[in-house]
Design a protein around this ligand. Structure first.
Ligand code: TXA
Ligand code: MG
Length: 316
């Protein structure tokens, strides 16, 4: 496996139907030519991802959007104008060009233009839109560095190393309805920001779908992972690592990772998955505890990730 930063080589691999892990501003993606069903099938295989979980397609210009969707309307252009390139995925009716394997047979496709120069250059040089989920094994912690990708997917054909990602959690996913937009997955772009462009649809029922935002368990470390509350205050802190935000819970913990020096929720998003990886890799740590935040603004996306990472452990 290569670990070089050569976009030319990576693009050649994409054209040959191989898989390339690449940085975006959110997390690293595991990319393939979105128009090549055989290449896309390799993503599901390497990630051990169930075939019912559809992929996002990454584009570098608006022409590509128009090829991939059945129809656009002016709302899509307004959102694109404001938030692209950036961490917003729009779920739209797909065109015939999009292979069914990408959308898991759904009539819609998720599309975003990432705000990362390496990602955009890769898409341009590959001369095709790139389908990419996060570059981790299904259900496990998302990667925010090339090392995280290497840890979980050592046999990927190529990894483009763009350093640590700048946002740290996955894109906000929205769906457009007759009344406005619905949020399928929370991210750094908040409901309030989206509402400056379009009304939030609180009327339509959200379709039960397999957005990871909708699976109860996801983003999970291999070690016991719990959200801090009254019961976790009684655990043996000498074997526990704390993901700390406010600094107020730190007493007694064997190891602490402070995710923000200034209590900024954006820093929590940027450093959360890295902190999970770091404790997962630390032999002295048996339990990982994460501090909660208020569920407003970006806090919604952070708590969503923490709850899903905790889910299977809470059941245990
Ligand atoms: O920030 C991100 O979105 C990252 C980077 C790599 O772009 N990608 C990412 O992909 O998080 P992934 O596959 O880990 O999560 C994307 C989720 C899928 O699990 C799927 O459920 C949802 O987006 N999705 C994709 N297409 C959809 C569709 N047509 N309808 C509903 N949900 C969809
Ligand atoms: Mg993912």
């Amino acid at each position: 496996m290569n670990f070089l930063n050569n976009v030319e080589i990576a693009a050649k691999y994409i054209k040959e139907g191989k898989l390339v892990a690449f940085p975006t501003e959110t997390v690293y993606g595991l990319g393939a030519n979105a128009l090549n069903p055989l290449a896309v099938a390799k993503i599901f295989e390497l990630k051990e991802r169930p075939s019912f979980d559809p992929l996002i397609i990454h584009i570098a210009n608006i022409d590509q959007l128009e090829q991939l969707v059945e129809k656009t309307d002016e709302r899509v252009y307004r959102l694109a104008e404001k938030f692209w390139p950036g961490p917003l995925t729009m779920v739209l009716p797909k065109s015939n060009l999009v292979p069914d394997i990408v959308t898991s047979g759904l009539p819609t496709v998720g599309i975003r233009m990432p705000n990362n120069e390496i990602a955009l250059e890769l898409i341009r040089k590959s001369d095709c839109p790139i389908a990419a989920p996060s570059a981790n094994k299904f259900g496990r912690i998302s990667p925010t560095t090339a090392d995280h990708v290497k840890k979980q997917l050592p046999s990927v054909d190529y990894i483009l190393d763009g350093g640590k990602t700048s946002v740290g959690i996955e894109s906000t996913i929205i769906k457009l309805t007759d009344y406005g937009f619905q949020i399928l997955r929370n991210g750094i772009i908040t409901q309030e920001e989206l509402e400056t462009i379009l009304p939030f649809d609180s009327i339509s029922v959200i379709e039960k779908l397999s957005a990871p935002g909708m699976l109860k368990s996801h983003y999970s470390p291999k070690k016991m992972f719990l959200i801090a509350n009254n019961s976790t205050s009684k655990i043996d802190k000498s074997k526990a690592g704390l993901i700390s935000f406010s600094g107020e819970l730190e007493a007694g913990y064997s190891k602490i990772i402070r995710v923000s020096e200034t209590k900024d929720l954006k820093d929590y998003a940027v450093n959360m998955f890295e902190a999970m990886h770091s404790f997962e890799d630390d032999n002295d740590i048996e339990i990982i505890i994460a501090e909660t935040v208020k569920e407003v603004g970006i806090g919604k996306a952070i708590m969503d990730r923490l709850r899903k990472a905790e889910f299977s452990w809470r059941q245990a």
